[in-house]
Design a protein around this ligand. Structure first.
Ligand SMILES: *[C@@H]1O[C@H](CO)[C@@H](O)[C@H](O)[C@H]1NC(C)=O
Ligand SMILES: *[C@@H]1O[C@H](CO)[C@@H](O)[C@H](O)[C@H]1NC(C)=O
Ligand SMILES: *[C@@H]1O[C@H](CO)[C@@H](O)[C@H](O)[C@H]1NC(C)=O
Ligand SMILES: *[C@@H]1O[C@H](CO)[C@@H](O)[C@H](O)[C@H]1NC(C)=O
Ligand SMILES: *[C@@H]1O[C@H](CO)[C@@H](O)[C@H](O)[C@H]1NC(C)=O
Length: 231
């Protein structure tokens, strides 16, 4: 009995401590996941024409601030990560000197508002693929983080073809619509004309009727009128 009572009491004593431990670990996990973050924006991919110039966006954030933050951009070249550029940011807002390791790359973020975006000039099909923005903050026990942006390079011809198809499709559609509209209009006109003719006939009949009652001469005149109209 006594052993059972004691055994049941132990977790009761231990549970507040465990709860505290749990809270601390949750807080730690939350803190560490929010420590340093690299972000490539809400839409992590882009489709661009060959020959065009595109911006690969990336910004960093850290809740306790940065000091000597190392960052780089990497390109996944068929499985091997190749550095595009790299630098160390001494402090927030300080413009870094960036080492460029790839053709047609320009650093445009300039660390303004934690911006470490780069520009790819005159892209070719070889430029298509995954670009990773990586950062590591010594101030936060070398916590690192990365985000990946995908660049899809499309052919100019394909989009021209598409617009051409659209133009042809809309032209054909427009022609069909025009034809249908014309036919409808024609039918409508014919219908209206026939109705008018009917009405005219009625008018002529009634008028001729009135004429007949009033004047026999005009009645014969009216009777001759509808005859050519009937052909
Ligand atoms: C894009 O590629 C096509 C062929 O794939 C080429 O004909 C065209 O000149 C290229 N455009 C530019 C701007 O480089
Ligand atoms: C990519 O790697 C595969 C094998 O892993 C190889 O067959 C292919 O030729 C490579 N492509 C390029 C463009 O290097
Ligand atoms: C991009 O292409 C344009 C025109 O072809 C050229 O004037 C310019 O120097 C090129 N830029 C780079 C960075 O290669
Ligand atoms: C980063 O800098 C580039 C070039 O100045 C700018 O176009 C882009 O909008 C900036 N991005 C953010 C998130 O501020
Ligand atoms: C980044 O951090 C992970 C652990 O979160 C570690 O395994 C990896 O080696 C680090 N990468 C670099 C380049 O420091």
């Amino acid at each position: 009995m006594e052993v059972q009572w004691f055994g049941a009491e132990t977790p009761k004593l231990g549970s507040p401590l465990r709860v505290v431990c749990l809270i601390v670990s949750i807080l730690l996990a939350t803190w560490s996941s929010q420590a340093l973050e690299m972000s490539v924006g809400k839409v992590p991919f882009m489709e661009a024409l060959n020959g065009s110039t595109v911006m690969l966006p990336c910004t960093y954030s850290s809740c306790i601030g940065i000091k000597d933050l190392y960052f780089n951009w990497q390109f996944n070249d068929n499985g091997t990560m190749k550095r595009v550029c790299e630098s160390t940011i001494v402090a927030q807002g300080v413009m870094p000197v960036v080492k460029i390791m790839r053709k047609r790359v320009e650093f445009v973020g300039n660390n303004v508002n934690n911006n470490v975006s780069i520009l790819l000039w005159n892209i070719t099909f070889e430029d298509g693929g995954q670009y990773t923005c990586f950062g590591i903050n010594p101030k936060e026990k070398f916590k690192n983080h990365s985000a990946t942006f995908e660049l899809i390079v499309v052919d100019e011809l394909r989009s021209v073809d598409n617009t051409l198809t659209i133009i042809i499709a809309s032209a054909v559609g427009g022609a069909i619509a025009l034809l249908m509209g014309f036919m409808l209009l024609k039918n409508f006109t014919l219908f209206v004309l026939s109705k008018l003719e009917e009405k005219n006939k009625e008018c002529l009949v009634t008028s001729s009727g009135i004429d007949n009652t009033e004047n026999g001469l005009s009645g014969s005149k009216a009777a001759t009128k509808p005859t050519p109209k009937k052909k």
